[in-house]
Design a protein around this ligand. Sequence first.
Ligand SMILES: C[S@@+](CC[C@H](N)C(=O)[O-])C[C@H]1O[C@@H](n2cnc3c(N)ncnc32)[C@H](O)[C@@H]1O
Length: 233
Amino acid sequence: MSSTDPKAAAEQAARERIRVSHALNGDSVRLAQLYREWANTFDQDQVRVGYCGPAIVAELAGAMQNAYLDGPRNAVPILDAGCGTGLVGVELNRLGFGLIDGFDLSEAMAEKARQTGMYRNVRGNVDLNGLVSDFASASYDLTVCCGVFTLGHVRPHGLRELARITRPAGFIVASTRKSYADATSFESEVRLLQDEGVLRLVQCLKNGRYLEQEDGHYWVLQVPATASRTVCS
Ligand SMILES: C[S@@+](CC[C@H](N)C(=O)[O-])C[C@H]1O[C@@H](n2cnc3c(N)ncnc32)[C@H](O)[C@@H]1O
């Protein structure tokens, strides 16, 4: 493959943008700036790098709804945390979910998600590394979070806020890039939250397809019916 091959160059540029985003160490100002500049070309880049997380997360959410939740799928309130341009919302909609809300740190990415028409409501400027105070406790049957527990983005502690927002007996489906799970305390955070009675690990699909160049893990967690409601500090 020649180094002047435009397809290879575009793939390389997409990988480079991802690499830069991973180096931002959770700095919300720089992340918001990077995603503001990336919003228009983000979806094309994801195709270039073979990003398949959104479809897998949506399928897992669908399986949880089928197996455990009452009522028709299109009436199940579901939150897409770190929704980006709405790739997960598109997949959820394809599977028949109809009450999809989203939030993202980047207003530019949130606006792209709104433009898909798949969401009931999308909020920008919401930081999952802090308290997500715009969202009330126990509001959603399902919370999905794809591509957000990734290097330089959201710390494992963000799981606690997702648990707060999800209703008792509801589910969280989250992806972690493999290198993120290896480099952070995500698995320990899951164990800690489980010990505290905040979450229960239902399933983890380890080393599943995520990106062409790297696998990911897919976590299915349940808020116990009588969950301890400690909030993020
Ligand atoms: C790799 S993109 C994934 C977007 C979408 N979930 C998807 O799967 O296509 C990561 C997203 O996380 C958002 N993000 C980064 N840090 C965040 C934070 N602290 N709180 C909320 N969202 C954040 C970014 O703005 C970006 O839209």
